[in-house]
Design a protein. Structure first.
Length: 212
């Protein structure tokens, strides 16, 4: 599987048969790293929840314009917004390659924010798990996209989930708030700790393809 991280929580996953984009949010769109013109195909877009760092309408409009046949998989609240935007092929159901396995809510941010929105967690191609903004996933494929830091969670809580689920590979996401130095320090520490447990911690560079 080929993977590319486009800042924060936006991931592009490519297999021989399918190309899927996860969480096209505002930080990723504003970075300018995602060049739609260079994308040869796009079969589906997964939006785990409605927060703007995962769902940017301008980003989504550009995707839908270039790839009108792509389907959008999202929670019902996001599906309703997508349909109002004129995107008919939006739903909250599994496909042959994308399995929605959990529909719990986003991790709580109270008292910092209102009650959390709907949040879906999915498996892609039997290899990759993307769970949105949660540290309480029930299961994982061999590759786990891990929200490594957040107002609603911590590096420690993320590590606890990794140790519980025991994926083979971890891809850190949800780390836009860190500067380059802080990000690299945490990547290095997590890599060292996870290696002791037989888990490979990937250190992605935004916009650069890596393969697992």
């Amino acid at each position: 599987m080929k993977l590319t991280k486009f800042v924060h929580s936006c991931l592009l996953a490519e297999t021989a048969d399918q190309t899927v984009l996860f969480d096209p949010g505002e930080f990723s769109w504003e970075s300018g790293l995602f060049d739609i013109a260079k994308l040869g195909k796009l079969d589906a877009v997964v939006i785990t929840h409605e927060h703007p760092d995962h769902f940017n309408e301008e980003f989504v409009k550009a995707i839908a314009k270039s790839f009108p046949e792509a389907c959008f998989i999202a929670p019902p609240s996001v599906v309703a917004v997508l349909q109002k935007m004129g995107i008919p092929n939006a739903f909250c159901e599994s496909t042959d390659s994308i399995r929605v396995f959990s529909t719990k809510r986003h991790a709580s941010m109270e008292p910092l924010a209102p009650p959390p929105p709907e949040n879906i967690a999915v498996h892609f191609a039997g290899q990759l798990t993307v769970g949105g903004d949660r540290h309480d996933l029930e299961e994982s494929m061999e590759i786990l996209a891990l929200p490594i830091t957040a107002p609603w969670g911590s590096v420690r809580e993320g590590a606890e989930m990794v140790m519980r689920l025991k994926p083979k590979y971890v891809i850190p996401i949800h780390d836009w708030p860190w500067n380059t130095s802080a990000r690299q320090d945490e990547y290095d520490r997590s890599s060292s700790v996870y290696k002791q447990h037989g888990i490979t911690f990937i250190k992605p560079v935004d916009g650069q393809v890596f393969e697992i």
